[in-house]
Ligand binder design. Structure first.
Ligand SMILES: NC(=O)c1ccc[n+]([C@@H]2O[C@H](COP(=O)([O-])OP(=O)(O)OC[C@H]3O[C@@H](n4cnc5c(N)ncnc54)[C@H](O)[C@@H]3O)[C@@H](O)[C@H]2O)c1
Length: 328
């Protein structure tokens, strides 16, 4: 493709604005059409970034001349838009988690595969030099155990979809999906999960139906075991996130705050590249221009696998039993 990639957006809320800011700095992208069901939000985005405003994605997909669409929708709002876009030969950037229930995701993945379009899921951590280094380092090592947590507060105010289980899927599915996806990227697929959760601390928070604590055991395909815990109880700050891999050779590879460390110091050496890494938006636009899906580190079907793990975990806590992660 020789012209700048003509980009549309469905959903122009929080994360859409981050992508739009980045895209406006890129000469090979052109912001063409922006859709949000909240008209003021679509209009405000057009005023800031250009393009034509829409409130109905079907109309936008019918009328606008596009090469690619960003789907910056809350988990519960994914339906047929991705399928319509793929069927029209448009390339897709879909924010994580790609869906709330698996059936919709499987249909979307099939439509993308059938259309042969480029797809990218918003797991931007995969593009960092630290992620590259950790993945390369671990690729020929035996991992015994993985311990991971993401603890934080509550996103948004009382009327925000994030705190409603039927809308977001909870902290593990919606936010800690980044950490879970990084486990898959560095330690391989997860085949079985068992989750218990609780709601003991955020009890007086209005309209809050997600668990405020989740503990999930993970069985990796490799035979390694692991766990991930989440908390949304730290509403006054103090949140943290960390992953420890216990590895052959009797040491730890630790990922924390975008840095990687070997513990004890000197037990091994890990090289972190210092060349500037492509941002996820640069990778997506370049992949479209060159037709090269391989520079994208999380395709839709791969992103769906991360969603499948947390969907299985939620099922597990409802049914009080371990659940095999569906192959999708
Ligand atoms: N990769 C990241 O680090 C990152 C960061 C933040 C959010 N996200 C993800 O991005 C997604 C959106 O999050 P957000 O914080 O931008 O949410 P948001 O609520 O700020 O924005 C979502 C927008 O979608 C619009 N919308 C809903 N249904 C629509 C429809 N059918 N057609 C058009 N517009 C519709 C809403 O009106 C809203 O403006 C979530 O899945 C979230 O997990 C990813």
């Amino acid at each position: 493709m020789s012209h700048p990639v003509k980009v549309g957006f469905i959903g122009t809320g929080g994360i859409a604005n981050s992508h739009l800011r980045q895209l406006t700095t890129m000469e090979n992208a052109s912001i063409t059409a922006l859709c949000d069901i909240v008209e003021e939000r679509a209009n405000a985005a057009v005023e800031q970034y250009g393009g034509t405003a829409y409130t109905d994605y079907r109309k936008m997909l019918d009328e606008a001349e596009l090469d690619a669409v960003y789907f910056c929708l809350p988990p519960f709002a994914h339906s047929d838009a991705e399928i319509i876009a793929a069927e029209r030969g448009l390339h897709l950037f879909v924010q994580k988690p790609v869906v709330l229930e698996l059936e919709t995701g499987i249909k979307i993945a099939e439509a993308i595969q059938k259309a042969g379009v480029i797809s990218c899921v918003g797991y931007q951590s995969r593009y960092s030099n630290v992620a590259t280094a950790a993945r390369n380092f671990l690729s020929d090592k035996t991992i015994g155990m993985v311990a991971c947590h993401r603890w934080g507060g509550i996103a948004g105010g009382p009327d925000h979809w994030w705190r409603v289980m039927e809308k977001s899927g909870g902290m593990l599915h919606e936010q800690a999906t980044h950490q879970l996806d990084m486990l898959r990227y560095t330690a391989g697929d997860i085949v079985e999960v068992y989750k218990i959760d609780a709601m003991k601390i955020n009890v007086n928070q209005e309209n809050h139906t997600i668990p405020d604590a989740e503990v999930v055991t993970l069985q990796f395909e490799s035979g390694a075991v692991g766990y991930i815990t989440t908390s949304s109880a730290l509403i006054h700050g103090g949140g943290s996130s960390r992953t420890d891999f216990i590895i052959e050779g009797h040491f730890i590879l630790q990922l924390s705050r975008g840095e990687v460390q070997i513990i004890p110091e000197g037990a091994a050496t890990i090289e972190v590249p210092d060349t500037p890494a492509l941002s996820i938006d640069e990778a997506f636009i370049q992949a479209i221009q060159t037709g090269n899906q391989s520079i994208i580190r999380s395709s839709y079907s791969d992103g769906l696998k991360s969603a499948a793990v947390t969907i299985a975990a939620n099922q597990s806590s409802l049914e009080h039993r371990p659940i095999r992660v569906p192959v999708c």
